[in-house]
Structures are given as structure tokens and as C-alpha cells.
Design a protein around this ligand. Structure first.
Ligand SMILES: CC(C)(COP(=O)(O)OP(=O)(O)OC[C@H]1O[C@@H](n2cnc3c(N)ncnc32)[C@H](O)[C@@H]1OP(=O)(O)O)[C@@H](O)C(=O)NCCC(=O)NCCS
Length: 246
């Protein structure tokens, strides 16, 4: 029951890692795959209410694979962790189907974990929608959503939602180029277009489109901040007029 998708998970590693030569190689040599097997077991135990045992087994998995996945995280089908080392997936993370993450990725929290009055764990980790690809070392922080098929560059720090199908890079992450629509739904190893976009002018235009989208988002945010500041500055203005009048 826990391993009902075992075969398709091996196939996912085969399909997404150009270095994987056989199913046996994936089963024997891929710490990311071993981490997923541990997670499937610990998630099952967590669901049965054996929480301490689940956490303990999860730590054994971390010791052996270098990947820490909280048993309560919700992970969909055909999840691939390539290389694995240093990946941390927090308790309230949600991961859709066909998601790929590389080594050193954190799905982390930025706010306190428990609503002390209700005594329930709040959502504080990210949601990765179907087909997202998260480059090595990327830090995805807070209860944000990475849209379907979005690509996050290596070492990016992401603390805001990323729309579906775009590429976000840097610290803090910014959108650089909408994903090639023709390739939507296809996995591209390392998040790079397989044949590249042959036309450099088209690449530049696409990059500019992404940057304009990011700028619009920034201007909207600044406008709303300005709105928040208005009452205070108007009151201050009135005070100044009054004191000048006096
Ligand atoms: C983000 C990524 C998917 C983009 O690939 P791409 O579509 O080919 O995009 P490009 O290389 O044309 O880059 C587009 C822009 O983003 C910048 N960029 C790309 N990756 C970046 C990164 N990780 N950090 C900062 N900037 C980056 C480029 O310099 C370029 O900027 P410009 O438009 O100002 O020239 C890819 O660069 C990446 O980081 N993939 C993850 C790979 C990985 O983790 N490999 C581990 C294997 S073990």
C-alpha cells in the first residue's frame, strides 16, 4: 500500500536524470530515491498516529541519505530529489505531482509554528504545484505557492508566490523569463530548455517580458504601500499647517 507507486517513482528518476542508466541503479544508488522511500513509510506511520516513531525513522532516513523530510509533509506522485544532500522539507509543505528538487533545497518556515489558542499547527511552509523544478540550493521560505511548472534558479531565495510557468532567479527571486509555452508539461533536466531558444532576439524579448511582469508587480506593491502611508502623512501635513498658522 505504501509503495503502490514504487514503479512510477523509479521511472520518474530514470526520466529526469540523464545520468540514470538502469532501474537497478536508481534503486541502489540514488539517495533521493531512498529518502522518498523513507518518507512514504514515515508519512504512513504519522497517519496512524505513531508520531514519535515516524519522527525517529525520519531521522534515521536523514542520517542515511542527507535528506530531511518531515513525516507530516504532503508529497504527490513521481517526486524526484536529485542528488539529495542537504534537502530539508518542512512539516506543512505541500508538493504536487511531478515536482523535481535538487540538492540543498529548503522548503522552510519563517513564522511561529503553532496557534497557541487553537493548539494547531499553522501552514508555514511552501506549496509547490505540479511540475515545479527547484534548482540546487534554492531556499523557498514561508507559506507561499510556486505555480505549476515554474522553475526556480539555483541558489535563489524565494519569499513570495511565483506564478505558474515562469522562471524566478536571484535573491530575492525575480521573474526573468516566462516558460516556453510549447514545452509546458514537459520536464527539462536542470530546468534548462533542452535545445535552448535558438533565436537570441526572442530570448531577450522573453526575458524582458518577464522583467516587465516583475516590475508591474513591484509598482503595484509600492502603490499599495503608499496608500497605507497616506493618512499618516496627511495628518502630519495638517499639523504643520496648524503650527505655521500659530
Ligand atoms: C533558472 C534556470 C532554470 C534558467 O535557465 P534558462 O531558462 O536557460 O535561463 P537563462 O540561462 O537564459 O537565464 C535567464 C536569465 O536568468 C539569469 N539566471 C539564470 N540562472 C540564474 C541563477 N541560478 N541565479 C541568478 N541568475 C540566473 C541569467 O543570467 C539570465 O539573466 P539575463 O536575462 O539578465 O541575461 C537555470 O539557470 C537554473 O538555475 N537551473 C537550475 C540548475 C540546477 O540546479 N542544477 C543542479 C544540477 S546538479
Amino acid at each position: 500500500m505504501i509503495f503502490k507507486h514504487f514503479n512510477e517513482e523509479v521511472s520518474a528518476f530514470m526520466a529526469r536524470d540523464p545520468a540514470a542508466r538502469s532501474r537497478l541503479e536508481v534503486i541502489l544508488c540514488y539517495p533521493g530515491f531512498h529518502a522518498l522511500v523513507f518518507y512514504r513509510m514515515t508519512h504512513f506511520l504519522w497517519g496512524l498516529g505513531l508520531k514519535v516513531f515516524a519522527r525517529w525513522l525520519s531521522q534515521v532516513g536523514k542520517f542515511l541519505t542527507g535528506v530531511e523530510i518531515h513525516p507530516a509533509a504532503a508529497i504527490g506522485r513521481r517526486f524526484v530529489i536529485d542528488h539529495g544532500d542537504g534537502v530539508v522539507i518542512g512539516e506543512t509543505s505541500e508538493i504536487g505531482d511531478d515536482v523535481t528538487v535538487y540538492q540543498g533545497v529548503t522548503l522552510g518556515g519563517v513564522s511561529p509554528s503553532v496557534d497557541s489558542r487553537a493548539q494547531v499547527n499553522l501552514k508555514r511552509h511552501p506549496t509547490l504545484n505540479d511540475g515545479a523544478i527547484i534548482g540546487s540550493g534554492a531556499q523557498i521560505l514561508g507559506p507561499i505557492t510556486i505555480g505549476e511548472g515554474a522553475r526556480i534558479g539555483a541558489n535563489a531565495v524565494v519569499h513570495r508566490d511565483v506564478p505558474a510557468g515562469v522562471t524566478a532567479v536571484g535573491i530575492p527571486a525575480r521573474v526573468v523569463m516566462p516558460r516556453d509555452k510549447d514545452k509546458a508539461g514537459q520536464f527539462v533536466a536542470y530546468g534548462e530548455p533542452a535545445e535552448g531558444c535558438p533565436d537570441p532576439v526572442l530570448r531577450t524579448i522573453e526575458s524582458l517580458r518577464g522583467q516587465v511582469a516583475a516590475l508591474i508587480e513591484k509598482v503595484d506593491e509600492l502603490e499599495s504601500r503608499l496608500e497605507d502611508l497616506k493618512p499618516a502623512s496627511e495628518a502630519e501635513e495638517k499639523k504643520t499647517i496648524v503650527s505655521v498658522g500659530e
